[in-house]
Design a binder for this molecule. Structure first.
Ligand SMILES: [Zn+2]
Ligand SMILES: [Zn+2]
Length: 295
C-alpha cells in the first residue's frame, strides 16, 4: 500500500480529511434549526470568498503552479486561511494536483477525473467527492519544494487546526447560528472547489487545444472566483490569469476575481513576477487556429 511509506502521524492527520468533510456536511443542517439572520448569512458569505481566494490565489496559482512570486509570509498566512476551508494543507494539495491531476489529466492516474475510472453521473459524482470519500485519498508523493518550507509543512500536518479555530470563532461571535453559517459556508465552498474537477471537465467551451476534457465554464468561474476558466488553465498552467478565451481570431479577457486579487497583492508589494501568456501564444494555442491549420 502506498500509504505505508508515510509516517503514522502523517497518515492519521491526512485521514482526518474525509472525516471533517462528513462533519461539516452534517453541521450544514444546523441552520434548519437555528435559522439564519442576515448577519449570519453575511458571515458565511465572507468566509466563502476569503477562503476561496486562499485556495485559488495562494494554494493553486502561487504554491502549486508558481504563476507569481510572493514572500513567505504571504504563503504562510494564505495557506493558514486556505486550510481553514477544511480541504487539507498545501503539501497534500500540491501532491495531488500535479502528480494526480495535471500529469495524467482525464487518463488513468488522474485521481479525480469525471471520465475515468467511471463515466456519466457516476463519474461526475466521483470527481465531485467520491474519490476523496471512497478512494485512497493519500497523495502518491509529496512535493519537495513545499516540504522544504517548514511553515507550510507545519500548516499541512496541522491542517485541521485553522478549521477548528474558525468554527470556535464563529460560535464565539454568534452562538449556534453563526456556527451553522460557518458549516454551511464550508460545505458550499467544498462543492464549489470540487466543481472544477467535475463540471469544468465535462461542460463548457474548449477555446484551447489540450489533451484532456478541461472546459471554460462560466458557472464554475463565478463559484470559484475565476478558476472555472479551466481550459485556459490546462493550456497555460503557469498563467496567473485564467480568464482568457479566443473568439474569431481575437483574444478575449474574461472576469477573473482571483487574478484581480493577485493584482491587488502586487499593488501592495506582496506579489511580483506575474506570468501571463502573450497574445501570440494564446492565438497559437487556440483550437480554432489549429482547426484552420488542419484544414
Ligand atoms: Zn483540471
Ligand atoms: Zn492546476
Amino acid at each position: 500500500m502506498v500509504v505505508n511509506k508515510y509516517p503514522r502521524l502523517l497518515v492519521l492527520s491526512y485521514n482526518l480529511g474525509p472525516l471533517q468533510v462528513v462533519i461539516f456536511h452534517l453541521g450544514a443542517l444546523l441552520p434548519l434549526m437555528t435559522g439564519l439572520s442576515w448577519q449570519a448569512l453575511l458571515w458565511g458569505f465572507m468566509l466563502y470568498v476569503i477562503r476561496m481566494l486562499g485556495i485559488t490565489g495562494i494554494y493553486h496559482r502561487l504554491i502549486i503552479h508558481k504563476s507569481y512570486q510572493a514572500p513567505k509570509i504571504v504563503k504562510w498566512v494564505g495557506s493558514f486561511i486556505a486550510s481553514s476551508a477544511g480541504q487539507m494543507g498545501p503539501n497534500w494539495w500540491k501532491g495531488h494536483h500535479i502528480q494526480g491531476h495535471h500529469n495524467h489529466s482525464d487518463m488513468a492516474g488522474d485521481r479525480h477525473s469525471p471520465h475515468t475510472p467511471y463515466k456519466g453521473l457516476k463519474g461526475f459524482l466521483w470527481a465531485q467527492f467520491g474519490w476523496l470519500m471512497t478512494g485512497d485519498s493519500m497523495p502518491h508523493s509529496l512535493p519537495a519544494d513545499v516540504e522544504a518550507d517548514w511553515g507550510l509543512k507545519l500548516i499541512d500536518r496541522l491542517h485541521f487546526v485553522p478549521l477548528l479555530l474558525l468554527g470556535a470563532v464563529s460560535f464565539w461571535m454568534g452562538g449556534l447560528e453563526f456556527l451553522g453559517a460557518f458549516f454551511l459556508s464550508t460545505t458550499i465552498l467544498f462543492h464549489g472547489v470540487a466543481l472544477v474537477n467535475s463540471l469544468a471537465h465535462t461542460a463548457g467551451e474548449q477555446p484551447f487545444t489540450t489533451t484532456d476534457y478541461s472546459r471554460n465554464n462560466w458557472f464554475v468561474a463565478v463559484a470559484t472566483l475565476g478558476e472555472g476558466w479551466h481550459n485556459l488553465h490546462h493550456a497555460f498552467q503557469w498563467s496567473a490569469r485564467h480568464g482568457f478565451s479566443v473568439k474569431d481570431g481575437k483574444v478575449v479577457r474574461l472576469p477573473d476575481p482571483t487574478y484581480w486579487f493577485i493584482l491587488l497583492l502586487e499593488k501592495l508589494h506582496l506579489a511580483s513576477d506575474l506570468k501571463l501568456p502573450s497574445e501570440v501564444e494564446l492565438l497559437q494555442a487556440a483550437s480554432e487556429t489549429s482547426a484552420l491549420q488542419k484544414a
